[in-house]
Design a protein around this ligand. Sequence first.
Ligand SMILES: Cc1cc2nc3c(=O)[nH]c(=O)nc-3n(C[C@H](O)[C@H](O)[C@H](O)COP(=O)(O)OP(=O)(O)OC[C@H]3O[C@@H](n4cnc5c(N)ncnc54)[C@H](O)[C@@H]3O)c2cc1C
Length: 505
Amino acid sequence: MSSRETKTDVILIGAGIMSATLGTILKELVPEWKITVFEKLADAGEESSNEWNNAGTGHSALCELNYTVEKPDGSLDISKAIKINEQFQLSRQFWTYLVNNNLISNPQDFIMPLPHMSLVQGEENITFLKKRFKALSNNPLFQGMEYSDDPEKLMEWIPLIMQDRPSNEPIAATKIDSGTDVNFGALTRMLLDNLKSRDVDINYKQSVNQIKRTSDGLWELKVKNLESGTVESHTAKFVFIGAGGGSLHLLQKTGIPEGKHIGGFPVSGIFMVCNNQEVVEQHHAKVYGKASVGAPPMSVPHLDTRYIDNKKSLLFGPFAGFSPKFLKNGSMFDLITSVKPHNVLTILAAGAKELPLTKYLIQQLLLSKEQRMKELREFVPNAKSEDWDFVVAGQRVQVIKDTEAGGKGTLQFGTEVITAADGSIAALLGASPGASTAVHVMLEVLKKCFPQHIKDWEPKIIEMIPSYGISLMENPELFEQILTSTAETLGLSKKEQVERELVYS
Ligand SMILES: Cc1cc2nc3c(=O)[nH]c(=O)nc-3n(C[C@H](O)[C@H](O)[C@H](O)COP(=O)(O)OP(=O)(O)OC[C@H]3O[C@@H](n4cnc5c(N)ncnc54)[C@H](O)[C@@H]3O)c2cc1C
C-alpha cells in the first residue's frame, strides 16, 4: 500500500451527473469545504450519464405515457406526471443559475429545445391519449399541449412517421413544444471542469474498493490507482456513493443497516441509430409510444432527434435486455457478487416474481436486426435496414427491496437515496427518471444528511432555485415567470429554436 493518506470534508465516489450535481451545489453552499472525487474510468460522464448511454430526454412527463396511469374506475392519475415535471423545473432553474453566474457557459452544448410527443395507434389507445390530453392540457405545467388525430396535421408534425402509413390506421398524437433534449454527458463534464477550477480534487482511474467507518466516526476509503496499482487511504466526514450501477456493492461494504435487504436487478439497453443524414433531417421531435404488454416501463419505444457531438442524430429504442453486469464497463460477476446472506431471500423472491420480466428481457436480447427493424417500422414504416446501426446503451440497476405494498423482493423502478442514520454517508440507487431530476435528488440528499445546516443554506438554495419548496402547479404565475426566464438563459425560446436549428441544418 502507498503511504499517501488524506483527510477531507466530502468524498464523492463516481464522476457521473449525480456526483457532479451534488459537488456543484455544495461548492455554492459551503465553498470552504474540501471536496475530493474518485472515478474509476479515465474521464467524467462515461457510464450511464454519457450522451450515447442514455436517451437524453429532459424528463418532465410531457410525453412519457407511463407517468399517467389509468385507475380501475377509468380516471387518470396524473400525480406522478406533476411530480416529475416539478422536479425537472428545479434542474432548469439550477442550470440557469450556473449559466447566469458563469459557472458553466454555452448552454446549447448541453440542452436543446425539442418538441415532446406521445404517439398511439388503435381506438383503445386513442381513447387513453384523449383522456390524458384532457387531464394535462388544463394544468399550467403542461400548457401548450396540442392533440391531433388528423393525418394531415400529423404529417406536418411527424412526416417520417406518417409517410407510407396505411391511411385507414387510427393514429393520434399530442405535441408540446417546451420539451428538451439534454446531453447529460456534456453537462457532467462542464460541471466537473468548473469544480476542478475551484480547487476540487478530481482523480480519474482510481477505483474505490473498500469503505469502512473509523473509530472517530469518519469514513475511510481504500482507493486503488488503476495505473500504478497502488492503494491509498482517504478519510472524509461525509461520503456520497454516486457510483451508478457500482453503488450497491459499495453500499454493502459500508455495513450500515440501511443498506441491507436490498438487491439489484440489471437491465441492459440497445439503441438503433440512423446513419443516413437525409432521414435524420426529416424528423424533429422526441416521440414516445406505449410499452408493449409485459415490457418494463424503461423499454417504452421512442424515436428521438438527438444533438450529440455538434451533429443532429436520430435514435430509436431502447430495446431492453438482460446482462448480469451492473455497469456497462462492469463485470459478469456483478449480479452474483451482490448476493449476500442479508439480501438472498429478497433477491430470490424477486427472481420468482419477476420470471416473466426476465424471460421478456432475454427474448429482447435475442432479437435479430430484422426483428428490431420490424419494431422500428411501427414508427417509421419505410425504414431501411442499411440506414440503421446499433449502439449499446448504459446499464440500469433497478432496486429490489421488501415493501409493505409489494411484499418480499419487490422491484422498484424509481431512484432511492439510502443514508446512514447519522447522515454521514449516502448512496443513490436505481435509475429513473434519472439524470433529469438530479437536482431534486441531490437536494433530498442534503436534507437527509445535513439537517443541521439546511435552514442556514435555504437563502442560497432559493437564490439558485427560486421555486425551492413551492408548488409551481399551484403558482401558475411563478411557473410562467420561471419557464420564460430559464428558456431565455438556456436558449430554449422560440426565437432561439429557429436560430439553433439553422446551425445544425
Ligand atoms: C438506456 C438508458 C436511458 C436513459 N435515459 C434517460 C433519459 O432519457 N433521461 C434521463 O434523465 N435519464 C435517463 N437515464 C438515466 C440516467 O442516465 C441516470 O440516472 C444517470 O446518468 C445516473 O447518473 P449517476 O451519476 O448516478 O451514474 P453514472 O453516470 O453511471 O456514474 C457513476 C460513475 O461511478 C463510477 N464508479 C462506479 N464504481 C466506482 C468505484 N468503485 N470507484 C470509483 N468510481 C466508480 C462509474 O465509472 C461512473 O462513471 C437513462 C439510463 C439508461 C441506462
